[in-house]
Write a protein that binds this ligand. Structure first.
Ligand code: UGA
Length: 440
């Protein structure tokens, strides 16, 4: 049985480490952040992901999963999974590769001869080849493969243990054979296996995220047109989605995409294409980015209009802070940017979220948060539904209506039923849809 190490235990790494232990491997997770490692070793996840805490505990208890901050402890592993972050650089659109390079150098110094380093982090095409050069300067017996990760927050376990494809960029048959051993149980489920060169594997990930972002911005562009034409984007999306060539997923119009992946991957992809001399090929992605950011601004404008053009001292109750439901991730969260935009215009904004409040407070200490939904709804002039948690979709509009001072809701995720809110005396608005005035 192979022994595996996972370097970087953020979202991706922690999930991968747990997933690999669940497949039966002995896994050691490494991070330089002592607090994170302490928490994981004690069975506490530093982020919210449904089902993962139970699996973490199960695999810690089995003894197959360990965590450490000491790089020497990973030296016996046969395969080292590189899962460190590649955030957007502060000085531009490109990805910051500092962590990737320093982690690879540290691994190469301690890894046993003949072991395989496997990149899972999202990197600009060509990075793996630079890393190989660095690795071989330190230990020429090591090999590098690229095995991009496609997991979605909120579905992390499902996507790790039952992915819809496995892509491996390799330079040798031996590396492919080792990865086949790692994923043997998944291959038994007939999950498609795609072998490629390193560059293609790196590109598959960025292309997939760029395509998903494009789909979302496409429907949000349609929402803009629907708004001026007086049409309904929800019906439009349903109708075009029946064409299997289009498909109905990722066509949910609203305030657009956020999170730690799609926005920064889009920008880093454009930056890399420009470096490679193919700027024009990806120029359209800058429109995808603009449509996405415009969806947030349009929501602020719509809210201001519904506050009769004057948000000063009006109470706005925001449902949702996370960038999407079933996650406490607030990186580049559309909900928070909209809340902040309205607060800056003088509105009295109170934000509720079932899971993301701690992280939201850390990032936006100047905004007002509350974990008491009913209390924060009291006297609201406007309700904004910005992250479609199940508990919001199940809200009773009649009950909420008793607390607010004005029954007016903007559904930034097009996830509520207009008729249900209308029948309870609310005016319902959403991007790309006609106005649904309250039924008396
Ligand atoms: C995304 C990709 O979906 C994963 O395949 C990829 O592995 C991951 O990035 C990554 O690069 O690590 P994630 O960021 O977890 O996953 O979230 P998504 O489910 O893609 O949602 C992204 C954003 O798009 C959210 O803010 C969501 O609310 C928004 N969205 C999604 C829409 O506005 N409309 C839709 O129809 C779908």
């Amino acid at each position: 049985m192979l022994t595996l190490s996972v370097i970087g235990t953020n979202y991706l790494g922690a999930t991968h480490a747990v997933g690999m232990a669940e497949l039966g491997f002995n896994v050691i997770g490494l991070d330089t952040d002592e607090r994170k490692i302490e928490a994981l070793a004690a069975g506490r996840l530093p982020f919210y992901e449904p089902g993962l805490p139970e699996l973490l505990k199960k695999n810690l208890d089995s003894g197959r999963l360990r965590f450490t901050t000491s790089i020497e402890q990973i030296s016996d592993a046969d395969v080292h999974f590189l899962c460190v972050g590649t955030p957007q650089r502060r000085d531009g659109n490109a990805a910051d590769l500092t962590y990737v390079f320093s982690a690879v150098e540290a691994i190469a110094k301690v890894a046993k001869s003949g072991s395989l380093i496997v990149g899972k982090s999202t990197v600009p095409v060509g990075t793996a080849e630079l890393l190989i050069a660095k690795i071989h300067q330190i230990n020429p017996s090591l090999d590098l493969a690229w095995n991009p990760e496609f997991l979605r927050e909120g579905f992390a376990i499902e996507d790790t243990l039952h992915p819809n494809r496995i892509v491996v960029g390799v330079q040798s048959d031996l590396a492919e054979a080792t990865l086949r051993q790692v994923y043997e149980k998944l291959l038994a489920e007939q999950i498609p296996w795609i072998r490629s060169d390193l560059r293609t594997a790196e590109l598959v990930k960025t292309a997939a995220n760029a395509f998903l972002a494009t789909k979302i911005s496409f429907i949000n562009a349609m929402a803009e047109v629907c708004d001026v034409a007086g049409a309904d984007v929800m019906t439009l999306a349903t109708a075009i989605g029946y064409d299997p060539r289009i498909g109905n997923r990722f066509l949910q119009a609203g305030i657009g995409f956020g999170g730690g992946c799609l926005p920064k991957d889009l920008r880093s992809f454009m930056a890399r294409a420009e470096e490679l001399g193919a700027k024009e090929a990806l120029d359209f992605l800058s429109d995808i980015d603009s449509i996405n950011l415009r969806a947030r601004h349009r929501m602020v404008d719509l809210a201001v209009a519904e506050l009769d053009g004057n948000p000063v001292d009006k109470k706005v109750f925001v449902l949702g802070a996370a960038f999407k439901p079933n996650s406490d991730d607030v990186r580049d969260s559309p909900a928070l940017e909209i809340a902040e935009g309205l607060a800056k215009l003088g509105a009295n904004v109170v934000i509720h979220d079932p899971k993301a409040l701690d992280k939201a407070k850390e990032r936006f200490p100047h905004l007002q948060f509350s974990d008491d939904l009913n209390q924060s709804a009291l006297g609201a002039d406007l309700v904004l539904h910005l992250t479609e948690w199940l508990e919001y979709r199940e809200l009773d509009p009649a009950e909420l209506g008793k607390l607010v001072s004005r029954r007016r809701i903007i559904d930034g995720r097009n996830a509520l039923s207009p008729a249900k809110w209308q029948n309870a005396g609310w005016t319902y608005l959403a991007p790309g849809r006609p106005r649904f005035d309250a039924h008396d």
